[in-house]
Design a protein around this ligand. Structure first.
Ligand code: ZN
Length: 178
C-alpha cells in the first residue's frame, strides 16, 4: 500500500487525499485501521483529527471492535473519504457484538487473500461476532489471535505485523492454546 507523507495529513475540512474504500464484508475498525496505515498514524490520531471527538472507550480488542458510530461523526468521515454515508453505516459493529473477548477468531486465508483486492488484507466483520465458529467462505475452523494484538497496535499495518509474528513464533509452541 502506498503511504502519504505527514504533510498531507487530513484535517477537519478537506477530504483526505487518499482513502481506501471499505469492503462490503469489512469491519468498520478494519477500514479505519487501513486509513490510519495509509497515513502512517494511529487510529486514535486519525479519529481525533478527523472527527474532532475523543476516542470512544475501547475494550481489549481496541479499535478493531469499534463501537457503533453515531450519525454526525459518520457523516464527517464519509465526507473526508468522499463516500456515501450509507457505505460506512453498513459496516458498523452491531451493538450486541460489543463484548470483551480475550481471543478473536479469524480465517488466515480470508485475511490475506481478499478476493476483491489481493493487495488489501482486511478484517471481516463476521469474525467479530462472539458466536463466530467457522469460516463461512472456507468452511474451516478459524485461527485465533489475542485481542490485545489490536489493543496494542497503532493501526492495521501494525496489527498485521503482530499477527504474523504471533503465527510464526521463534520457538515452537507446545499447543497450550488448543
Ligand atoms: Zn476463510
Amino acid at each position: 500500500m502506498s503511504s502519504v507523507s505527514l504533510a498531507n495529513m487530513p484535517d477537519l475540512v478537506k477530504p483526505w487525499p487518499v482513502a481506501p474504500r471499505p469492503f462490503f464484508e469489512e469491519a468498520f475498525g478494519s477500514w479505519l485501521g487501513r486509513v490510519a496505515t495509509c497515513y502512517q498514524i494511529s487510529v486514535s490520531m486519525l479519529w481525533e483529527t478527523s472527527t474532532g471527538l475523543d476516542m470512544p472507550n475501547l475494550g481489549k480488542a481496541g479499535w478493531i471492535l469499534f463501537p457503533p458510530v453515531s450519525a454526525s461523526p459518520l457523516d464527517q468521515l464519509s465526507k473526508l473519504a468522499r463516500m456515501s454515508e450509507g457505505r460506512l453505516a453498513a459496516i458498523q459493529t452491531p451493538p450486541e457484538w460489543m463484548a470483551d473477548q480475550r481471543y478473536l477468531v479469524y480465517c488466515f486465508r480470508c485475511l490475506v487473500l481478499n478476493d476483491v483486492d489481493v493487495s488489501a488484507p482486511r478484517w471481516k466483520r463476521e469474525w467479530l461476532d462472539p458466536e463466530a465458529e467457522y469460516c463461512t467462505a472456507h468452511h474451516s475452523l478459524p485461527e485465533t489471535v489475542p485481542a490485545s494484538i489490536f489493543g496494542k497496535a497503532a493501526n492495521f499495518g501494525a496489527a498485521l505485523r503482530a499477527i504474523s509474528r504471533y503465527r510464526t513464533p521463534r520457538f515452537p509452541r507446545n499447543g497450550w492454546l488448543r
